[in-house]
Design a protein around this ligand. Sequence first.
Ligand SMILES: Nc1ncnc2c1ncn2[C@@H]1O[C@H](COP(=O)(O)OP(=O)(O)OP(=O)(O)O)[C@@H](O)[C@H]1O
Length: 315
Amino acid sequence: MSFIQINNLHVHYPVRGGFFNSVIDQVYAVDGISMEFEKGKTYGLVGESGCGKSTTGKAIIGLERITSGSIFYEGENVTNKRRSRKSAFNRDVQMIFQDSHSSLNPRKRVKDIIAEPIRNFLKLTPKEEERKISELLEIVGMPEDAKFKYPHEFSGGQKQRLGIARAIATNPKLIIADEPVSALDLSVQAQVLNFMKDIQNEFRLSYLFISHDLGVVKHMCDHISIMYKGRFVEIGTKYDIYNHPQHIYTKRLLSAIPGGSPIGREKRKRERIRVEQHYKAEHKNYFDENDRVFDLKPISKTHSVAAASISKGGK
Ligand SMILES: Nc1ncnc2c1ncn2[C@@H]1O[C@H](COP(=O)(O)OP(=O)(O)OP(=O)(O)O)[C@@H](O)[C@H]1O
């Protein structure tokens, strides 16, 4: 059973210009997507830069205003409700960012950074708060004395752990992780990802894992949505997406994953060319004069699990 439902979400940004600085156009950053979250599962949101991944995450958590569509949390409509800071949704949905350095206030000590959500959402005495902070630092594998330090005194991986400690302070049910490891070295990436998996099992957390890295997504996610120009072009389980991709855009993303033997690469390239020729023959209108895809149709029939949630707003 899903506990969060996102229905036909749109986030459009006005583009201003002209003499009166009036609205002359719109950026359709998120253009009609739907998804559902079940407890304890990880959902991947994948696509190239600018396709609308971060905007989706920020809109869900309330950092971007939703143009239209709705978000339901345990049966209640919580769309654009960020301002009521104490609502259960704001307590139970937290976010971790790619750039832990700028998301941790450099002028605050770690204990005050981690205490922020605790003070907003939980009523604890100073003693209980102190104990909770020590507990959280222990969970993320940081020493007790980290409390009194400032963010610049930590490495990238350690800062990401502090960001996670802050995110889990209110015992959330969903964490939106926006490229949480892409700024880290490969070895540190693995540590942070494995740690995220450990706490997921411990706290029955769900993740919305935003990434352009299909290798990392494969490691982390149960369900994956492939995003292109603000829409989902394909949705499926990890198995479906990696073993039976349906949409040409998914196939393109997968064939761009580095690695594999040169023989394998050659074979994948031949398969990609074959698939593209077939797709082009069927969708002539979607290619411009330079043979570049300029629009992609969501596939009409997607993988069974998520068939019902594919974007309804697609043209
Ligand atoms: N505040 C804003 N005002 C206007 N346009 C915006 C704003 N924020 C994002 N956009 C535009 O919305 C689109 C989606 O941006 P978004 O940051 O969600 O993409 P993304 O898939 O997360 O990219 P990346 O992987 O590079 O972070 C882009 O075209 C971007 O330029």
